[in-house]
Design a protein around this ligand. Structure first.
Ligand code: ZN
Length: 223
């Protein structure tokens, strides 16, 4: 296994783009794997492709559209109207059941074929929006399962697990890609690049984080 290479599960959004540049800092060779799962917005794939090109990493798109068809959710089904707020006691309908389970399992097989044992994902327990497969316990459990399933020593890296959106912006800035992340990624559930539509839950979370980070960065005591 190659300790100098890492595979990033890469969507072209704020979090995974920050992870892509984090991986570039820590590994000699970086691969980006993007999943096509029936997102309503092809613009996400195009953004991912163009960022990967700029980052000069190996880029691959894999069609896993069956995931979107297994369950009903607002990210892949145009007939489902997206929850603007997280409903209490249940998942927001932007939840795609099993998404990270499928993504990371497929990523591990893909990585194994190329002799890579480091996997990187942008999940965060801090801002996990109610998605259980973004939590640390799930990632650790899956890591063990993948190792047992393939008798390998995969290491799943989660640089964002314990940081919030403002700290994720700080990390992007530290990595020298604040503007790239701000203007070229697509986080918005309505598929609007950069600052996004402004009113979906992903845009709200992203904007609040950015405002918090920028106000700290430009606070008088930091000048
Ligand atoms: Zn939006």
């Amino acid at each position: 296994m190659n300790n100098e290479a890492a595979l990033v599960v890469f969507s072209g959004g704020q979090d995974s783009t920050t992870c892509l540049f984090w991986a570039k800092k820590h590994f000699k060779k970086v691969y980006a794997l993007t999943f096509l799962y029936g997102q309503k917005h092809e613009i996400e794939i195009e953004a991912a492709r163009s960022i990967a090109e700029k980052a000069e990493v190996d880029f691959h798109v894999m069609d896993v559209s069956f995931i979107g068809r297994l369950g009903k959710n607002s990210l892949t089904d145009p007939s489902v109207c997206m929850d603007e707020e997280k409903p209490s006691g249940t998942f927001p309908n932007t939840f795609v059941p099993g998404r990270n389970l499928f993504f990371l399992s497929i990523a591990a097989v893909y990585a194994r074929e190329r002799g890579i044992n480091h996997l990187v994902t942008g999940v965060s327990q801090t801002d996990f929006s109610g998605y259980p497969d973004c939590r640390d316990a799930f990632i650790k459990s899956l890591n063990v399962t993948l190792n047992l399933a393939m008798e390998e020593q995969f290491v799943i890296h989660t640089p964002l697990m314990w940081i919030d959106k403002a700290q994720t912006w700080a990390l992007a800035d530290e990595l020298g890609v604040l503007d790239l992340v701000r203007y070229e990624t697509v986080t918005c559930y309505n598929g609007v690049k950069g600052d996004g539509c402004g009113h979906c839950p992903a845009c709200k979370l992203r904007r609040e984080g950015l405002e918090k980070y920028l106000s700290r960065k430009y606070a008088p005591q930091n000048k």
